[in-house]
Design a protein around this ligand. Structure first.
Ligand code: SAM
Length: 199
């Protein structure tokens, strides 16, 4: 599996937490944090020892086992965001970094947003960062409507930033957002980051 192989390549290990997210939450000290699609934990591990409760999940067993091996605080499990059962507990900060574009249908996208709505506390914030289709570079091969793949990476469903923000605005207040373009070794990407609060 692609994400398991990244552990061997050390690509996602010991990376700093997402700096835009940290600058946006600024002086907030979230006590209950959940990282949905945590990968090797760069975001959730930033809050280790600072927040009271840390929860994380990812469908990649290698990532989950890695976090278990290095952290006694993070409650980590094997799960996908779109299949999560309803929870009774809520979080001050929900992180979804580099995950939403991996949901390959509108149904999965909606299920993920619904889940985020149920787990975010009324005063809490949700940070989402996702690739968009505002810029489609040559390396992207279209597999079906809105679905693309590059080289050996997993398929991605890419929407425009406008489509994403419109959809999100139905159930969340958009506190901040930023559309960025950057260059990967395989090509150009556009990425939307946003900070939300549930309506
Ligand atoms: C680009 S990595 C980002 C990892 C981490 N969020 C970070 O920013 O370092 C994407 C992660 O999303 C996970 N993922 C893929 N599909 C997912 C899904 N349906 N639900 C939750 N996580 C998923 C992958 O296993 C991988 O760890």
């Amino acid at each position: 599996m692609y994400w398991s192989s990244q552990l061997n390549q050390n690509y996602f290990i010991n990376k700093p937490a997402n700096q835009l997210m940290l600058s946006w939450i600024n002086d907030q000290e979230p006590q209950r944090v959940i990282d949905c699609g945590c990968g090797y934990g760069r975001n959730i591990l930033h809050f280790e020892g600072k927040s009271r409760r840390l929860v994380a999940f990812d469908p990649c067993e290698t990532s989950v086992n890695y976090i278990k091996s290095i952290s006694a605080q993070v409650e980590v499990s094997l799960n996908r965001i779109q299949d999560q059962p309803r929870r009774d507990d809520t979080f001050d900060l929900c992180i979804v970094d580099g995950v939403i574009h991996q949901l390959l249908s509108a149904i999965e996208f909606d299920a993920a947003l619904k889940y985020l709505h149920t787990i975010s506390s009324s005063h809490g914030t949700i940070f989402i960062s996702t690739f968009t289709s505002d810029q489609l570079s040559q390396d992207l091969e279209q597999l079906e409507h809105k679905v693309y793949r590059s080289c050996s990476t997993p398929a991605m469903r890419l929407l425009t930033s406008e489509e994403i923000l419109q959809h999100i605005s139905l159930s969340f207040k958009v506190l901040r957002y930023k559309l960025e373009k950057f260059t990967l070794s395989v090509g150009e990407r556009s990425n939307l980051s946003c900070l939300l609060r549930r309506l």
